[in-house]
Design a protein around this ligand. Structure first.
Ligand code: SF4
Length: 469
């Protein structure tokens, strides 16, 4: 009897819609956000803690980008798998303590595929062990053999529950095999396709689920080619297209243009032109609007449909219901049967939730059109994101003042501080117990960190004076 009671109690705990620790951390996250971003649209603190990334775990890269966010010493640090896994574990442990049991985290640094596949897999498993849903950030210039060696163990068995990669492709990157200096964005499409096809083949051959994102840096040189990239590549298999307007951060030898010639609105207008639809980004906000714009939606055939329209009050009410009753649920990391029970428990307690979402589904069906849906029979979820890093010249003084507890009166630095306080992208420092915004990491901390790493992980073996003699 007591065993049965124990079983029921464990089942009830496992199917609680939101983990109590997560709920408490979300409340604290909301409380700590600056007033101006605590809006009904804000996902931080209402649904998620934000995104996380690694640093100093494999700084080296074998392509050259203009611009490059990494400091000039990054390429002088040897890739060392055991260092990577050790550091990733320590950073994730701190993120687990400070940000709760679930989050999305990027395995990011230089080029992730320079890691031996076993070390890469070990780093991903270390992230998962701390409740992180990992994504490997790559330039995408690796082969299917590498991907298979990452996803499968020595016996050919699946060792990762799913693989998740962001492939960075743009004409500002030099040294890609087969296209060392891309003349334009379109010429990279076969490489984008090849990258996406590797994952489709992995799923086909080994039934390994995957998610892939497409990343692209934007400068005045490739701005007007964004629409073409979205139009040409939207059905390659990418679940997310992320555009990063270039900032003056990292290695200044690689700053070749005036990145401030184009605005966030210019970039977003191009993405919209490519999607062939208005992309409402004010229904859901992640951190500060000056940092992030996001539109969730899906394609049916060649037409794109955002799931929430920020000009439709009924959609905004649906969002509010989502945050109120479903906010904090770990949709990605929860097994589908467990997730189904969680949702059922919510609906039993709050039947109006089901009514709200049924009405939303009916509105979506109306927007898509039954005939259009029946003709294509397939819904492809795709998210559009724009993430705008800040210039190091602004971040450094803003962060220094924040460390002294000062709020700047200089408008530009004040704006930087506001964005840093609402940052959605954190990096962990186990040595101090501190979490810092990625902008601070790249603008302020990376240079010294990479100088120190050069000593620990030199590129060439150190020859002692005795041996040399
Ligand atoms: S502060 Fe920097 S790292 Fe954080 S969300 Fe804004 S742009 Fe991104």
């Amino acid at each position: 009897m007591s065993r049965l009671f124990d079983l029921v109690r464990r089942f009830a705990r496992a199917t609680r819609p939101v983990d109590p620790e997560s709920a408490a951390m979300l409340r604290e996250r909301w409380r700590a956000l600056p007033e101006q971003v605590r809006t009904p649209a804000q996902a931080l603190g209402q649904h998620a803690m934000g995104c996380e990334g690694t640093h100093g775990v494999f700084p080296r890269c074998n392509l050259a980008c203009t611009p490059c966010y990494h400091s000039r010493d990054a390429n002088r640090v040897r890739v060392d798998g055991s260092h990577t896994v050790r550091q990733v574990r320590a950073q994730m442990r701190l993120l687990r303590q400070r940000r709760g049991p679930h989050a999305h985290a990027q395995l990011i640094g230089g080029e992730v595929s320079l890691l031996p596949p076993d070390d890469h897999a070990a780093a991903l498993l270390a992230m998962r062990a701390e409740g992180r849903e990992p994504m490997s950030m790559s330039h995408g210039d690796f082969d299917a053999d590498y991907l298979a060696a990452l996803a499968l163990d020595a016996n050919g068995l699946q060792r990762l529950p799913r693989v998740s990669f962001a492939g960075h492709f743009d004409m500002l990157m030099f040294g890609r095999r087969g296209i060392e200096r891309p003349p334009d964005e379109r010429s990279l499409n076969p490489y984008r396709r090849r990258f996406a096809d590797m994952f489709a083949a992995l799923r086909h051959d080994h039934r390994i689920p995957y998610f892939i994102a497409h990343n692209m840096t934007v400068t005045p040189r490739n701005l007007d080619q964004i629409a073409g990239v979205v139009r040409d590549c939207h059905d390659y298999g990418f679940g997310l297209f992320s555009f990063q307007p270039a900032a003056f951060v990292g290695d200044e030898r690689r700053w070749h243009e005036d990145y401030r010639e184009s605005t966030a609105d210019d970039v977003w207008a191009q993405i919209e032109a490519g999607a062939g639809a208005r992309l409402p980004f004010r229904a859901l906000q992640i951190g500060d609007e000056r940092c992030n714009r996001t539109t969730y939606g899906f394609y049916v055939g060649d037409r794109y449909f955002p799931i929430l329209d920020d000009e439709q009050p009924a959609d905004l009410r649906t969002r509010d219901v989502f945050f109120r009753y479903l906010g904090g649920i770990d949709f990605v990391g929860t097994l589908p049967p467990v997730l189904a029970v969680k949702l059922l428990r919510i609906v039993i307690r709050h039947p109006s939730v089901a009514v709200t979402f049924a009405a939303w589904a009916a509105r979506m069906l109306h927007r898509v059109g039954v005939r259009h849906l029946l003709r294509h029979r397939r819904i492809r979820p795709v998210t559009f994101v724009m993430h705008s890093f800040m210039d190091a010249a602004d971040v450094a003084p803003a962060w220094e003042a924040m460390q002294r507890g000062e709020t700047s009166t200089e408008p530009r630095i004040l704006a930087t501080q506001q964005r840093l306080r609402a940052c959605s992208y954190a990096m962990a420092h186990p040595e101090t117990g501190e979490l810092v915004p990625a902008c601070v990491q790249h603008s302020v901390l990376d240079p010294a960190e990479n100088v120190a790493l050069r000593r620990v992980l030199p590129l060439l073996p150190v020859v002692s004076s005795r041996t040399a003699r």
